[in-house]
Structure formats: structure tokens, C-alpha cells
Design a protein around this ligand. Structure first.
Ligand code: ZN
Length: 316
């Protein structure tokens, strides 16, 4: 009799243990594995559902929609609200991918809370939406830059100095990403390279913008008196090369402030002459010349090649 009771107890314990294991597995599936199963690309049941995931929106820094997907009959069509204004940053998702559409393709096609979003979808019947991505571009600044550039070949970049955030980036000639599919071969053959982002991928001599780097070099890396006064006569000779101010205008007495305001080439030649090339090389390094940038889209690095002992005119 006691043997029977012992056996019943043993069988009961085994069943209890199995029950706990089963419960544990079930809970683990619900809370841990379900996400992986739902998002698993090789799950055929899910891939049927996945076709219903609508590509996420691309927004500006204030949440303004720049690109979204719209159902037109059986197909979804990507809409670019501002056409060419954002063409080179937002990019396109047809005919290959470019810009943010390319870089964040995976995010745009993925859901953040797959299980919750699918449940909501079952209840509401709405389309499943991929993640939205938010750019640092600010529409007000972007629009202004776009208008200012107009139909001049080139690019404009506006950055927030404290963070390096890109507030605006435009390039011209541009294209309308809404019609990229129809226009692609024409655009690709176009000799003015409208598909190319001049603002981030073009290589141009910086011109007088470089005076700011020369100024920083003087302030950060040299002992040259920052407040020397230079008497500009419109041109000056350094190491047998004549440096000229624009139109050979004699700017007269200039200090650093006035030299920047007037873009006086002779003042800056004098500054470089006084401090030598090492500070300039150090400053160029700090301004990311020859370095990779923390910019996620397509770009080319700026190059600053200055052989030690280069002449002042080369540096200018
Ligand atoms: Zn001058």
C-alpha cells in the first residue's frame, strides 16, 4: 500500500515537473522568441505578411514628412513631398537606392514592435508601417538654402557648429526623386551630373573659406600675436611670389577682424609667414581634412596636402 502511494507521488512529481517545463517553454516563446520568429525572414507564413509592410516615412528634424509610401491600387508608390529640394539627401528607393533611402533601407522596412504592431493591424486592418527615420535637416533652413542656390551649379551645407548636425544640404543640378524611374537613364547620361551630390561628394578648392582655418591655426597652435596690424597695399611678395588682394585693392591698416571682413589675402599671407606651416597643418587636421567624417551618407573626404617647407603662396 505504501509502495503504491510512493509510486503515485513519483508519477505526480514527474508530471508536475513536465508541466513546469512546458509552462516555462511557453512563457519563453511568448516573451522572448516570438519577436525573432515573427521577424524571421525565412518563415514563409511571415513573408506573406511582410509584403504588407509599408516602407517607413523619412522626416525632417521637426517631424515634417519628406517621403512616404502611398497605396495606389495593388502597388505602393514612394512620394517625395518636396521633389528635388531633398533629392541628394533623402535619395531614392527605386532604380537602385541612394541617400537616406539606401543607408536606412533596413530600418525603413522593419517594424520596431513587430508583435504589438501586428496585433494592432489585426484589430484595425491598417497597413503595417516600417520605422520612420528622422534626419537632422531643418526644413526652414533647407528651403532657404535651396532657394539661395537656385540654378547655380554647386552645393550648400549648413551645419550647427556645436554639434556638427547638418541642418541643410542642397546640390544643383538636382533631380525629382518622384520620377527617378522614368528619368533614370537620362539623368545618368546627363553631363551636368544631377545625380551627384556636389555638397558632400564634390571636391573643390575652399578659397577664402580657408581663411577661417588659418585664423584658427594662429589662435590655437601658434604664438603669433593675434592682434598685429598689417598695412595692406593690395599686393605683397613672399618668397618671390606675388600675393594679390581681390582687384589689388589696397585695404590699408587691417587687424584680424578687418582682414576677415575684407577677405584680405595679404594679411593672411603675412599671418602664415609669421607662424609657419606646422600650425596650419595642425588646424587642417582639427577641421577633418584627410579624415573620415561622422556623416552616414555618401561623401568624399577633404584633402589638405601641404609639403613641409611649402611656400606661402601655395598655402594661401
Ligand atoms: Zn588686402
Amino acid at each position: 500500500m505504501s509502495d503504491l502511494r510512493k509510486n503515485i507521488k513519483r508519477v505526480f512529481s514527474i508530471f508536475a515537473l513536465l508541466f513546469v517545463l512546458l509552462l516555462g517553454y511557453f512563457l519563453k516563446f511568448i516573451f522572448i522568441d516570438s519577436q525573432a520568429v515573427v521577424t524571421n525572414a525565412s518563415n514563409p507564413r511571415i513573408s506573406v505578411l511582410d509584403e504588407k509592410i509599408v516602407r517607413g516615412e523619412i522626416k525632417d528634424a521637426n517631424g515634417l514628412t519628406l517621403a512616404y509610401s502611398e497605396s495606389q491600387g495593388d502597388a505602393t508608390v514612394r512620394q517625395y513631398v518636396y521633389g528635388p529640394m531633398y533629392a541628394h539627401v533623402v535619395g531614392y528607393a527605386d532604380r537602385g537606392k541612394y541617400g537616406a533611402e539606401s543607408k536606412y533601407n533596413f530600418e525603413l522596412q522593419k517594424m520596431h514592435f513587430p508583435l504589438l504592431q501586428r496585433l494592432k493591424n489585426v484589430v484595425s486592418g491598417d497597413d503595417l508601417a516600417g520605422n520612420a527615420i528622422v534626419l537632422t535637416l531643418d526644413h526652414t533652413v533647407q528651403k532657404k538654402a535651396y532657394e539661395l542656390l537656385g540654378s547655380q551649379k554647386g552645393g550648400i551645407v549648413v551645419m550647427e557648429p556645436a554639434t556638427g548636425k547638418i541642418l541643410a544640404m542642397v546640390s544643383y543640378p538636382a533631380f525629382d526623386p518622384n520620377t527617378i524611374n522614368q528619368q533614370f537613364s537620362v539623368l545618368r547620361e546627363d553631363e551636368s551630373s544631377p545625380l551627384f551630390n556636389r555638397a558632400a561628394q564634390g571636391g573643390y578648392p575652399p578659397g577664402s573659406v580657408f581663411k577661417m582655418i588659418t585664423t584658427a591655426a594662429g589662435a590655437l597652435f601658434s604664438d603669433v600675436e593675434a592682434d598685429f596690424i598689417y598695412h595692406c597695399q593690395g599686393s605683397a611678395v613672399y618668397e618671390n611670389k606675388r600675393i594679390r588682394c581681390f582687384n589689388e585693392t589696397a585695404h590699408g591698416e587691417v587687424d584680424l577682424k578687418r582682414a576677415i571682413a575684407l577677405s584680405c589675402n595679404c594679411y593672411f599671407a603675412e599671418l602664415i609667414y609669421r607662424m609657419g606651416e606646422e600650425p596650419l597643418i595642425a588646424a587642417a587636421d582639427r577641421f577633418y581634412f584627410d579624415k573620415s567624417l561622422q556623416y552616414p551618407l555618401e561623401y568624399n573626404t577633404g584633402s589638405f596636402a601641404l609639403a613641409p617647407g611649402a611656400t606661402v603662396s601655395e598655402q594661401n
